[in-house]
Ligand binder design. Structure first.
Ligand code: SF4
Length: 224
């Protein structure tokens, strides 16, 4: 590839418009809008350099790639997280847990301990601040007329930091609350469970079935 940055044709097209995925094995052709071709090797080489050496980014990159290579299709995600922590030498795992998945979090804390890791967890309702306390109208509560706490992902992140967790695992935080948690976590974050209250925590099911049952996904007239 040329070191000179090329002008990308069709600049609005991106990887989801690609039919070759040639960046993976270089057995086909890069499409004319391919960012791999237009970025230029200087920038790619600069980023690649960050994956070498002893820095945390480099160690995470290599541990992830090793787990992918060694355990491809063999370990569950619950196990891969343990393998990941072990490769990085991280002993204390933080669990950022949704109240709706508190039982799953309890089970996972036992799994971690059975595998020689320490665990500290923070539930989403930690701090017990009523929703009206952040300017939310009572009507936004699931059950109106009584105390109903906000999810408090920033406090979750602070508590895990205070207890020295070295890798934080999201167990079912809400869309957006997870964004805040990831933004404020001092330790690297990965996800064990991505919450989908309708689809049994399998959000991909909506995409698998969008040809019929979930064709409403394409209804742009809806105001979501
Ligand atoms: S980087 Fe290029 S080859 Fe890879 S998916 Fe995107 S457009 Fe396709």
């Amino acid at each position: 590839m040329s070191t000179k940055q090329k002008i990308k044709k069709n600049p609005d097209r991106s990887c989801t418009d690609c039919g070759t995925l040639n960046c993976y094995r270089q057995e086909k052709e890069f499409p004319d809008f391919c960012p791999t071709e237009s970025i230029g090797s200087d920038e790619i080489d600069g980023i690649t350099a960050g994956y070498r050496g002893d820095g945390m980014d480099a160690r995470i990159a290599r541990a992830s790639a090793e787990i992918e290579g060694v355990y491809y299709g063999k370990l569950t995600r619950a196990e891969e997280i343990i393998a990941f922590a072990n490769r990085l030498g991280l002993k204390k795992i933080g669990l950022a847990t949704c109240i709706g998945l508190s039982e799953e979090a309890r089970i996972y804390s036992r799994v971690l301990k059975a595998n020689g890791l320490e665990c500290y967890s923070a539930l989403c309702k930690i701090g017990s601040v009523d929703k009206t306390g952040i300017g939310m109208d009572e009507s936004f509560k699931i059950q109106q007329g009584g105390h109903e706490s906000i999810c408090n992902p920033i406090l979750q992140a602070k508590m895990l930091e205070r207890h020295g967790t070295e890798l934080n695992v999201i167990i079912g935080l809400c869309v957006g609350h997870d964004s805040l948690f990831m933004k404020h976590s001092s330790a690297p974050v990965t996800t064990l469970i991505t919450k989908d209250r309708v689809l049994g925590h399998n959000p991909a099911a909506a995409l698998y079935t969008c040809g019929f049952y979930y064709k409403r996904l394409f209804d742009g007239e809806r105001k979501l």
